[in-house]
Design a protein around this ligand. Structure first.
Ligand code: SF4
Length: 438
């Protein structure tokens, strides 16, 4: 059966989870469009592809819920589930949900072939399972994104997998060991994206800081190569764990003008006893040192964001206060606050906790108050300054987009989507900037 069978087929792609999943879904869309399939958002489709997530029990529930919903929308459609939930779910569960194909991580480039088999009426209808153990897998799943479908900026995945074992995290068991994308493949993809009008790429990975360690390269080598691409205006990092980052790397990155001075480094806790219980592998002072390198190298305007988990088993009021004071002292901008949620299959799942839901909720509220105050403080430093904005949305007299420092701007004036404009900032509110196009 040839690729012809994909021609004109309506494919709906839904994505849960992280930016790596977002990239993979966009690249799957590119691959299927190349065979003549049509990517749709409507409720009638021939094939649904769900790029699933399993980072929390809630993510599992949402993955199952989405499968049921799409099955209800188009009962005759083929249902393909890929990603982290698909990497670990059982075949019985898949059959019970009416799934036609389960595609594990690092197998997503196989999806066009799998769809051809699924759509081949002469084939006996059975659950197709394409997965492999990722424990020793060092293969890169070479997807190629031609143009972003759902965003102005393009997410570009350059690294996968993780060799750490944070006690609350299930990701290494479903994403496997660290593997880096060949540098040439990343450069080729970004050249294609720029040729298709893309101005900004967001590099993503599970362990971005580890990029290149398995292929004799470094993250700085990659960013330098990408910055040589004419027409590319901005290179941004998605979330980057503090591991694998040293002072030299930070200074090399700071010398690359196209790299956006915005870094999101998950801290998770500011208390050393909680960090130990999380097996994060660093103490609060180590983390603070990494942050100081970024401030030294990129200057005070650098935007540093972070993630914190509130309510980890054993976290006392005093430990929680240590987190808040470290967060305050490191002057973060954007902070993501997560209430701890026990995840079956992780070591932390067995930890006893006498923290009630209400107590965790109170701490989350307190952390959010700090989050809003710090983001507002960071945003206000731009009042009275000119910033460059990559326009994502524009109406007749208002444009909206992001600065290199990852602040959202609404500005009076007119410009085209995907244009980079200069804006004078005259106010800030709730972490957003307001101004006029110069
Ligand atoms: S570094 Fe820790 S939290 Fe991040 S993916 Fe690896 S195990 Fe999970």
């Amino acid at each position: 059966m040839s690729h012809e069978v994909l021609k004109g087929k309506k494919v709906r792609i839904e994505t849960l989870g992280c930016r790596s999943n977002l990239y993979e879904s966009e690249a799957i869309a590119s691959a299927l469009e190349a065979y003549g399939a049509v990517i749709v958002k409507e409720s009638l489709f021939d094939v649904a592809i769900i790029n699933s997530c399993t980072v929390t029990q809630e993510a599992d529930r949402k993955s199952r819920q989405l499968i049921r919903k799409l099955k209800r929308f188009s009962p005759a459609a083929r249902i393909v589930v890929c990603g982290c939930w698909a990497q670990k779910s059982t075949e019985d569960e898949a059959k019970a949900l009416g799934i036609d194909a389960l595609v594990g991580n690092r197998m997503k480039s196989r999806i066009p072939e799998i769809l051809i088999n699924l759509l081949d009426e002469s084939e006996e209808k059975r659950l197709i399972v394409e997965r492999r153990s990722l424990q020793y897998c060092e293969k890169w799943d070479d997807l190629l994104l031609a143009k972003p479908h759902f965003h102005t900026r393009a997410f570009v995945k350059v690294q996968d997998g993780c060799s750490r074992s944070c006690s609350y995290c299930i990701i290494p068991s479903v994403r496997g060991r660290p593997v880096s994308r060949p540098l040439e493949s990343a450069v080729k993809e970004v050249k294609t994206l720029v040729a298709n009008g893309c101005k900004e790429v967001v590099l993503t990975g599970i362990q971005l800081g580890f990029y290149g360690k398995d292929i004799g390269s470094t993250l700085a080598d990659l960013v330098e190569s990408l910055s040589d691409i004419n027409g590319l205006e901005r290179i941004r990092f998605g979330s980057i764990e503090p591991f694998g980052i040293d002072r030299d790397l930070v200074y090399r990155l700071a010398s690359i003008s196209k790299l956006c001075p915005h870094f999101h480094l998950p801290l998770q806790s500011g208390d050393d006893r909680v960090l130990e219980a999380m097996s994060r592998g660093y103490a609060s002072l180590d983390f603070a040192r990494v942050i100081s390198w970024f401030r030294e190298a990129f200057g005070d305007d650098v935007h540093i964001g972070t993630d914190i988990i509130v309510g980890f088993p054993g976290e006392t009021d005093e430990m929680f206060k240590n987190t808040l004071s470290l967060v305050e002292s490191l002057a973060f901008g954007r902070i993501h606050v997560f209430p701890y949620s026990a995840r079956k299959g992780t070591r932390a799942y067995a930890l006893k906790s006498d923290l009630t839901k209400e107590r965790i909720h109170e701490r989350v509220k307190e952390a959010i108050l700090l989050r809003d105050r710090l983001l507002d403080r960071y945003a206000r430093r731009w009042i009275g300054k000119n910033v460059s904005v990559l326009v994502e949305e524009s109406t007749c007299c208002i444009v909206e987009g992001l600065t290199p420092h990852f602040l959202r701007v609404k500005a009076n004036g007119s410009a085209m989507q995907n244009e980079v404009v200069k804006v004078f900032v005259n106010s800030a509110e709730d972490g957003n900037l307001y101004g006029i196009i110069l």
